[in-house]
Design a protein around this ligand. Structure first.
Ligand code: ADP
Ligand code: MG
Length: 417
């Protein structure tokens, strides 16, 4: 498939650009004058929105769930077009990107460690090997094993139960006592294949120690093994059994030295899972009064949830530009050029059902987007799939940005029945 993209500089192959960060990669490639190629399944490509389709000079149509076939197809594609870099958008394909980069001789991540950025069991092992502070955990194959772990009292209560391979809080539960454990393990093990490619998933579950406190995320761009920390973002989530991300704010409000410790920890986590030429999105929690962040997870990819937009609006740092520079073997541009503030807030339903009506008021300094339309099914609020829309607010200060977003959320109307 060939499309009429204009003449451009070096080419980068993006393995499955469909996803939140795809849009930011497309904008970044424009800014850098790069030619973009996509690798995906033909039927998934056919479902891309028009703007995404027109962003790619050519598409390598393959089966990303068949690693050997995908590597062969993408290698031939890259060699014929002298592709200069490989980027991944989807967390589950980050090991594939590392393998491809190595095969074609392009800057990439350590293929031996790359699975640790996708699979939380291997991630836990990689963090332990690198002595990174993270929740204690056990791997379980079924509910009986989870009960055994709970009875040992080594991890205490509450416990967090989560799938080995998934994202968006899908299948993650915070469990207060043994009566909820069987159900939580069932929720964590419900995904055998990932949407939409049908990639087979590791269905084992993790049982983790619960870490209290505030939550933050921080990207690290790594070029030739050198880690460059990016701005920290404060995360808001629901409380209780299901922890859905409800919003993100930059700057984070964390002061040094804790802020520098978070960036340092995020960089160590990125390096621990083999990120060498790319970017990592790391999530941490800091217990009240503590000086050491606990790493909840890291992924060898750009962040989701429009965080690229929030970080750029607040600081001027264009994370997708830095990522493309890193995969091309260039020095990434990570210098902040602004000291503003931005926040994103997601609209969540109180329960699942059918979306009857949604109104988000227009307020200066904000813009909003709907994820679901009236008539569509709203999933139960157990993970990020239930989000109905979001509002982004930009202002000179964090307080003002959050206030604007709160106002819009308070005056929004969501009817689900
Ligand atoms: N060990 C833990 N202690 C406390 N909260 C946790 C723990 N693990 C996960 N969470 C909460 O659940 C959310 C989702 O878990 P996470 O491991 O990030 O999975 P996902 O890959 O689905 O994002 C986190 O953002 C955090 O709020
Ligand atoms: Mg997470």
């Amino acid at each position: 498939m060939t499309f009429g993209a204009g003449p451009r500089g070096p080419g980068v192959l993006v393995i499955e650009p469909m996803g939140n960060a795809g849009r930011f990669l497309v904008e970044a490639a424009d800014q850098l004058g790069l030619r973009l190629y996509a690798a995906t399944h033909k039927d998934i490509y056919d479902g891309y929105p028009g703007w995404l389709r027109s962003a790619f000079a050519e598409v390598c149509a393959t089966d990303l769930t068949d690693t050997q076939r995908a590597l062969r197809d993408m290698e031939v594609f890259c060699r014929h077009r002298a592709v200069a870099g490989v980027a991944a958008c989807f967390e589950l394909f980050t090991p594939l990107a590392a393998l491809l980069a190595e095969r074609v001789g392009l800057p990439g991540n350590d293929p031996l460690l790359a699975w640790a950025a996708r699979n939380k069991i291997l991630m836990g092992e990689a963090f332990a090997a690198a002595r990174i502070t993270a929740p204690r955990w056990a791997v379980v194959h079924d509910a009986a094993e989870a009960h055994q772990v709970a009875r040992s009292h080594e991890l205490g209560w509450p416990l967090v139960v989560k799938p080995a391979e998934q994202g968006g809080s899908w299948g993650v539960s915070v469990v207060d006592g043994p009566d909820q454990l069987t159900c939580a393990v069932g929720a964590a093990q419900q995904y055998t294949h990932a949407f939409p490619h049908g990639l087979k998933l590791d269905t084992r579950a993790l049982v983790q120690e619960y870490i209290p406190g505030e939550e933050y995320s921080c990207e690290t761009v790594v070029a030739a093994g050198v880690a460059y920390p990016l701005p920290i973002v404060r995360k808001d989530t629901t409380e209780g059994r299901y922890r859905i991300e409800t919003g993100h704010t930059c700057p984070s409000g964390l002061a040094s030295p804790l802020a520098r410790t978070v960036q340092h920890t995020a960089a160590r986590a990125a390096l621990a899972v083999g990120v060498r030429n790319g970017i990592a999105h790391t999530e941490v929690k800091i217990p009240p009064g503590a000086e050491t962040p606990y790493v909840i997870e890291t992924g060898a990819r750009l962040p989701g949830d429009n965080l690229c937009e929030i970080v750029e609006a607040a600081t001027g740092v264009r994370e997708a530009v830095a990522y493309l520079q890193a995969v091309l073997g260039r020095v990434p541009d990570t210098v902040a050029s602004r000291t503003d503030a931005a926040t994103i807030r997601f609209l969540l339903p109180e329960r699942g059902g059918v979306l009857r009506r949604v109104d988000i008021p227009e307020t200066p300094g904000t813009h909003s987007e709907l994820h679901l339309r009236p008539g569509e099914t709203v999933p139960e609020p157990a993970d990020s799939a239930c989000r109905i829309g979001h509002v982004v607010a930009r202002a000179a200060t964090v307080d003002h940005a959050r206030e604007l977003a709160d106002q819009v959320a308070a005056h929004s109307r969501v009817e689900v029945s």
